[in-house]
Write a protein that binds this ligand. Sequence first.
Ligand code: ADP
Ligand code: MG
Length: 593
Amino acid sequence: MPIQPLPDALINQIAAGEVIERPASVVKELLENALDAGATRVTVEVEHGGSELIRVSDDGGGIPAAELPLALARHATSKLSDAAQLAAVATLGFRGEALSSIASVSQLSITSREAGGEHAWTLRDGRARPAAGRHGTTVEVRGLFHNVPARRKFLRAERTEFGHIDTLVRRVALSRFETGFTLSHNGRAVFDLAPAVEQAARLARVRKLCGEEFVQHCVHVHYERPSLAVQGWVALPAYSRSQPDMQYFLVNGRAVRDKVLMHALRQAYADVLYHGRHPACVLYVDLDPAAVDVNVHPQKHEVRFRDSGLVHDGVRRAVQGALGDVRPASEAVEGEVPVPGAEPATLASVPAGGSWPAAGTAWQGSMRLPVREQVQRYAEVLAPAAASAVMPAPDPDSEDHPLGTALAQLHGVYILAQNRAGMILVDMHAAHERITYERLKRDYETRGIVAQPLLVPLALAVSEREADLVDQHGEVFASLGLHLLRKGPASIEVRQVPALLEGSDVEQLTRDLLADLGTHGRSNRLRECLNEVLSGMACHGAVRANRRLGLAEMNALLRDMERTESSGQCNHGRPTWYQFSLADLDKLFLRGR
Ligand code: ADP
Ligand code: MG
């Protein structure tokens, strides 16, 4: 066959392949157009997983009748006019190819009425006709991929395709609180989200989209620097997931999946989340549009940061700060259910692992123990422990002691304490473990890192790029006790390892380190490994259950906890204490005050 130009229709279909992968991609592009048009309400109607019909209606600015045919032309956009603007795009769309791509693989019609327009116009099959319709735009897409059998064949079951659409709309709904979103499938409403302006309404939307459990276990993130702001919610380690499937990152209002952000999040949880569990978050990262390249991928799922180190650092610090801030309430507001994230001021009253009123069911649960067991528990509590439970007069004004004064030890496991707000229960082992860990870490840092020479240096073949990294970062490794040496263009040698990591898989660690450095420009892996060893030591060194503690020892432990960073969680991410306010106790006994 001689070389010949492709017909235009085929060129369009090939381009469509990059942008329109499945029904959810159509929904994404149409939603972005609606938001760019300033919509305050968007309705998404889907039939048969989107393969039969996708209809997106908005109340945005609309398209002037004369421009309707242009909206469907390839590379025609109202959002960019020169290259300089591409460097700092503020709209979600800018490539001017979505509608033309969709139109080339489906039957598409647009009905639009601009503000001040006498009536709407519909564009279908290349012809514009007057139509009825309110202000705004409706785009209807039928028979997706009807003319691309190869694509249509690859569509999954209706339920799977709709699942992708559902996830997508949720993601977008988290990016625009001011806009209301409605989603329906085969005529049935899936969700209807009103515009959310107040912080409480926003949290309500997060509750609808991420679930009650997430909201019960989240803390508010608020971090602002001149070049970067990070806000939103992160879940305490007590709520973790087996997959990184609830990590919403919104960069300048655009929902993205980004390795730098995910990695920064993982590092922020390095000390408190183990066993391959994944944190959950809804995080808004805002920075100068000129510092983000959004033109990386045809589907605009990805971005590239000009200074990824700055963004990585900011996100890690923001999240770590929020997790470390979870401290006991010094004065919980009586009778008020703490709303995580309602505003920073109320955060102090959110106990680790959630608020007590929600956990109240757990208490009720234990009230329903069979009678025999109840009696047995009573006996246990009254017999041996009662002797040590001599109630001292607690200092009534122990305001500077948020965890209060120890009263007794329960079952050799818990410390019962009284503070101004009510009663506190502390998991002795978990708390001590946390304190020991932080202390070990501090010691380790002040004493310096002891390096242990390897009897036989370990030779490793790596890529040339990785060997370069060893040249560049050798000193940083050395300061952490890891001596790496370049031996050739693509070979390195490990000479010394941190004494604490002796016996661990040095080769794997070194390879992972270099991979991190190559991808993210930095790595905390060595630090994480050291911390993990320290954490193991802390766990074994911490007080075990059934060790009798005197009141003075218990009080010392409480004071230590107040001083220790992140003392709200043990190293394994379990909560270390719970606050029961007087109001909670009153409720339990149905006592009105
Ligand atoms: P892009 O969004 O990259 O500009 P599209 O192909 O998605 O490209 O849309 C082309 C143009 O059509 C947009 O630039 C915009 O002017 C117009 N348009 C599309 N959808 C809407 C809408 N819902 N409301 C108003 N204008 C729209
Ligand atoms: Mg667009």
